[in-house]
Design a binder for this molecule. Structure first.
Ligand code: NAD
Length: 475
């Protein structure tokens, strides 16, 4: 763990094991922190706050910029660590490290643009100014599926505006987090400004984050169930919260779209990270007139995807994070098949040879999916593409919006009017129109409804860590 500028063991010397999900092999032992460690890290962050917030934005920017340089220089090493502990193919891991670094660079730049405002006052002898100040100590909790970028997406804007941070990474992927913190240390971050607490059991650390009065903000990325629990706990002392939660993305292909082009996009985005992405399409609504060519292209592409250890060349499908994840996918596919879905490819675990040692599930395409099926309602977080044919009379916008989630959505059409109607009508924080990658450090990312609160990335991402202060002056 990294607390108050020093790498340290957990109180009592406890440790937990990190394993490779592709091979089951042990990779490392990591300090198993608890509540006392979290309290110590929060105290360090609180002590460092005044000094860090008091530095100029230019000085903070320089440190973030240096961290960006270091991360880019170590891209290959960081990607290897990520593939070993998380399982995604090496090339995808390198892309994620690039994305993680993008946040460091973007917020190194944005640090210098936290502008205030002056407002015309109602009295002649009055002046109003609006200033933005850092909220204080930030507690951050991140998931395993994007183990580097989910950290920098929180830590870079928090540091840029002058907040100090305590981060708890997911128990499956603490090694990528340690690499990020090593970079922050080497970039010259003063002691206590960013602290890392690793733990096998998230609950005690989470409780300290919620109950410690020095923490002024909680930022979380993970499941909706845990996010709600944390938001409830944060309400007790009215800590500010940002929540990046689950998704159930619709992928709509209108009648006028090119079904092959749309299917290529669907194959690319659905199977990224073996479907373990919050923006992964989970309901593909395709017009009945073009559903067969869409399915043919999609199935052809998916059948060619090779599963295996992400360290090897040519692997498209890495392991799922654990046995429970495989069991969930199995349950959804069995339920869909029992209710009449056609399994066009995949539909089973992968157990041949070395694959038996990891948590592998074959990339799967389901046709004839209907609203009665579990997969129509539940986030899958696995390599299954469920396709639903819709007809001219169907209100596909209403079908897409019929979910408690509201993170990402996708539309394929060449009809400008339809594209605009769907962009405006979809109750989702992100809408990709003929675009399967509508994300970047410069753009606001986040969900509506039960997909979350707040935005990360872009200039919106800075304001999650800022208080607004009004000055009224009588002169
Ligand atoms: P999860 O909620 O189980 O875990 C996420 C983090 O929360 C981990 O660090 C975990 O240790 C911690 N956690 C779990 N229980 C806790 C508790 N009681 N107190 C404090 N911390 C606790 O989610 P997961 O399975 O690791 O991640 C997958 C979920 O994350 C999916 O639903 C996915 O959609 C979502 N996600 C969302 C985004 C986004 O930006 N919206 C990005 C990535 C993942």
């Amino acid at each position: 763990m990294f607390i108050d500028g020093a790498w340290c063991a957990a109180e009592g010397g406890r440790a937990f094991l990190v394993a490779n999900p592709a091979t089951g092999e042990k990779i490392a032992d990591v300090p198993d922190g608890g509540r006392a460690d979290a309290a110590r890290a929060i105290a360090a962050a609180d002590a460092a706050f005044a000094g860090w917030a008091g530095m100029t934005a230019y000085d903070r920017s320089r440190i973030l910029y240096r961290a960006w340089e270091l991360m880019i220089a170590r891209k290959v090493d960081l990607a290897r660590t990520m593939t070993a502990e998380q399982g995604k193919p090496l090339r995808a891991a390198a892309n994620e490290v690039q994305y993680a670094a993008d946040f460091l660079l973007w917020y190194a730049e944005e640090a210098k643009r936290v502008y205030g405002e002056t407002i015309p006052a109602p009295r002649g002898d009055q002046r109003f100014i609006v200033a933005h100040q850092p909220v204080g100590v930030v507690a951050a909790i991140t998931p395993w599926n994007y183990p580097s970028s989910m950290i920098t997406r929180k830590v870079a804007p928090a540091l840029a505006v002058g907040c100090t941070v305590v981060l708890k990474p997911a128990e499956a992927t603490p090694l990528s987090a340690m690499e990020v913190f090593r970079i922050l240390e080497e970039a010259g971050l003063p002691a206590g400004v960013a602290n890392l607490v690793t733990a096998s059991d998230p609950a005690p650390v989470g409780e300290e984050f919620l109950e410690n009065p020095l923490v002024r903000k909680l930022t979380f990325t993970g499941s909706t169930a845990v996010g709600k629990r944390l938001a409830r706990g944060a309400a007790e002392s009215l800590k500010r919260v940002s929540m990046e939660l689950g998704g159930h993305a619709p992928f709509i292909v209108l009648k006028d779209a090119d079904p092959e082009h749309a299917a290529k996009g669907a194959a690319l985005v659905k199977f990224l990270n073996t479907g373990q992405a919050c923006i992964s399409p989970n309901r593909m609504f395709v017009h009945r007139d073009i559903v067969e060519p869409f399915l043919e292209t999609l199935t052809g592409r998916v059948e060619r995807m090779r599963a295996g250890n992400g360290m090897e060349d040519g692997i498209a499908i890495g392991p799922l994070v654990g046995e429970a994840a495989v069991a969930k996918v199995e349950r959804q596919v069995a339920d869909a098949a029992a209710r009449g879905a056609r399994v066009l490819c995949g539909g089973h675990r992968l157990m041949e040879g070395a694959l038996a040692r990891g948590h592998f599930y074959a990339p799967t395409v389901l046709a004839d999916v209907t609203p009665e099926m579990l997969i129509y309602r539940e986030e899958t977080f696995g390599p299954v593409a469920p396709v639903i044919a819709f007809d001219d009379g169907d209100d596909v916008l209403a079908m897409a919006n019929d979910t408690a989630y509201g993170l990402a959505s996708y539309v394929y059409t060449n009809d400008l009017r339809a594209a605009m109607r769907l962009f405006e009508g979809l109750r989702f924080g992100i809408v990709g129109i003929n675009d399967i990658n509508p994300t970047a450090a410069a753009a606001p990312f986040g969900g509506m409804k039960q997909s979350g609160l707040g935005r990360e990335g872009g200039h919106e991402g800075l304001h999650e860590y800022l208080e607004t202060k009004l000055g009224g002056f009588s002169i």
